[in-house]
Design a protein around this ligand. Sequence first.
Ligand code: SF4
Ligand code: SF4
Length: 336
Amino acid sequence: MEKRILGRTNFEVSVIGFGGIPIQRVDKDTAIDIIERAKATGINFIDTARAYTNSESLIGYGLEKAGRENFILATKSMKRDYDGILEELNISLKNLRTSYIDLFQFHNLRSFEELDQIFSEKGALKAIKEAKEKGLVREIGITSHSPEILDKAIDTGEFATIQCPYNPVERQGEELFEKAHRMNIGVIVMKPLAGGAITNAKLSLKFIVNNPNVSVVIPGMDSVRQVIENANVGKNIKPLTEGEKAIIFEEAEALGTEFCRRCGYCLPCPQGIDIPYQFLMEGYYTRYNLQEWAISRYNNMPANARDCIECGQCETKCPYHLPIRKMLKRVEEVLG
Ligand code: SF4
Ligand code: SF4
């Protein structure tokens, strides 16, 4: 497995890291198997979050078995205030069964105002810097879907890493990654498959690791098979062939930019609509030739696109500024 230096942290990380969202779906024994296999394949970077329900706990069991010292461990919190973030840091330490977090990140900054909150007198940055002095945290990073927010964040000099989506469909971070690399700031890539919209995982990961400004990419994994397949991409990395480029860019073009990445930030909907699930079913219908199945799942949902009252709340929360109301109308036309 190729190793890269994570910016000024000087952590030597496997170019393929472990994304901690999907592990929420598995039981404790499977989680332990997955983490042990990650170690065996050379994956040494794990990223999770307070927001991923029991992900930290499951990873904690895995770390206990596979050896905490074998991993660079990253987690994150959505709290922006001093007390709130300290409370979450303590929960993370307990869940992860560790006495320190290698990289503690401010999770999913959605606006410049949130950045200001972190930097305020009673803000979260002060708390995490104090935790760093006490040895509870080794390095501090920040994550966002917005390159503009991350650009402003790195100019402050407070962050050793950034985490941002990047894949063949979403390349808006490339300039930022160049700048981060010049500033010796580690670049962690999330959403390597655009939230599941990209079907060729191997080629998408290969595309990402071919960018020399990327330190580590963190595909989510919930099976030993996925760990092995993803880890293989980080071994003996070669440039994409012309044929491979044609395949991935054809898929990227077909997806366009107006598609759901299934991040779930638009939820909850006051009408109880599982918004990303609507688009998932639409994708099964239009892209995967599962028409009958998708229609039956759609119609069996307690609430679906036709229940939308167009209040617009979801659109203010979507980091991709998707016209969700318009898109839901399309879903109802296809599946209703
Ligand atoms: S616009 Fe529709 S889908 Fe969005 S939050 Fe309102 S009711 Fe829910
Ligand atoms: S609609 Fe937007 S916020 Fe909701 S899951 Fe999709 S990408 Fe995320």
